[in-house]
Design a protein around this ligand. Structure first.
Ligand SMILES: [Zn+2]
Length: 349
């Protein structure tokens, strides 16, 4: 059986150039995202109080129709922005930078691929995401800002409602009983035959149609499984050349980066990512940070001009009180002041 070292050699010598990742919850556990199925976690305890008929009911569209509270309890814990990508997410980003990435199919709704900086064109969020929200009755869209406000609003019990018809609103996450996004089927049709290496990571391959992807790739495509145990097609109909890396995803990210000679680059990506996240948390965001800086500069300029104005005023005052000057002098000073005032007029864009 081949191993990780063989894979690293092949990656280094350019054997593969169209790599497809297929990832699940296991790549995000290192980020601290709580697993709602695990007893002992706060999330599990919170959901238990809601008397779910079974754990997955939280993502069941029919259950949501009757009782949306369970989903919003979970959503409050999982809402994007709280968590940092893992090493494995940055490994995917590194594949993109090395021009080896063709696509990443993710079952996760945590958007950590995006947060790690992977380009949107490369990402297929097979189970949707929190990016937009729609009413489950009339399909009207609800802006994310409003959704978040409702989630915090005790008056509606934290459940966002449609402004058009009063129905329940849910983020565009694919629930059991709903179809996958068209993008998933459209791109898979192209990628399936064009990929030369698939890396399946952190998924139990138990939810279809996603679970069927590894079995669908041609025999010439190298398959790699990164997971704690053999799952899905890797267990039921393994291929002779399958590479199995049966350890935690982040451990494999480290090992593979090391074997490929990319360890420093991976560390650098993670460092930059953390920095960006911290900047976002202390300010309003990277984009607005610039604006804030500019705003501060504008304010400083204004203050300086105001000081100048004050000084001039004082001078006029002094002239008035100390020297008992002639009227012409005063008029001259006043007109000077007016010019200064004009210069100070607000120049709003
Ligand atoms: Zn509606």
């Amino acid at each position: 059986m081949s191993d990780l070292k063989t894979l690293a050699e092949a990656l280094k010598n350019g054997t593969y150039s169209r790599v497809v990742f297929m990832v699940g919850a296991g790549i995000s556990t290192g980020a601290g995202i709580p697993d709602f199925r695990s007893p002992g976690t706060g999330l599990y305890a919170n959901l238990s109080k809601l008397n779910l008929p079974y754990a997955e009911a939280v993502f069941d569209i029919e259950y949501f129709r009757q009782s949306p509270k369970a989903f919003y309890t979970l959503a409050g814990e999982l809402y994007p922005g709280k968590f940092l990508p893992t090493k494995f997410h940055y490994l995917i980003k590194l594949f993109e930078e090395k021009r080896l990435l063709r696509r990443v199919y993710t079952q996760n709704i945590d958007t950590l691929e995006r947060i790690a900086g992977v380009g949107a064109d490369y990402i297929v969020e097979a189970h949707g995401s929190f990016a937009a929200n729609h009413c489950i009755d009339c399909d009207a869209e609800l802006a994310t800002e409003l959704l978040k406000l409702d989630m915090e609003d005790e008056l509606v019990d934290g459940i966002p409602v449609c402004r058009q018809c009063g129905g329940y609103v849910k983020p565009d996450i694919v629930f059991f009983g709903e179809g996958l996004p068209d993008r998933f089927y459209d791109l898979w049709e192209q990628d399936c035959k064009k990929t030369d290496l698939i890396i399946v990571a952190g998924t139990s391959l138990s939810v279809y149609p996603f679970a069927g992807l590894p079995a669908a790739v041609p025999r010439r495509t190298q398959r790699v499984l990164v997971n704690q145990e053999r799952v899905g097609d890797f267990a039921s109909s393994p291929r002779k050349v399958d590479i199995l890396a049966l350890r935690a995803c982040d451990v494999i990210a480290d090992e593979l980066a090391e074997l490929c000679g990319w360890a420093d680059e991976l560390v650098e990506l993670i460092r930059k990512g953390k920095e960006g996240h911290e900047a976002k948390n202390t300010d309003k965001g990277v984009g607005t940070k610039e604006e804030e800086k500019e705003e501060k500069e504008r304010e400083k300029e204004k203050e300086e001009k105001e000081e100048e104005k004050e000084e001039e005023k004082e001078e006029v005052e002094r002239v008035k009180t100390e020297d008992e000057p002639d009227i012409d002098e005063i008029i001259k000073d006043i007109s000077k002041l007016k010019v200064a005032e004009k210069e100070l007029a607000p120049t709003e864009k």
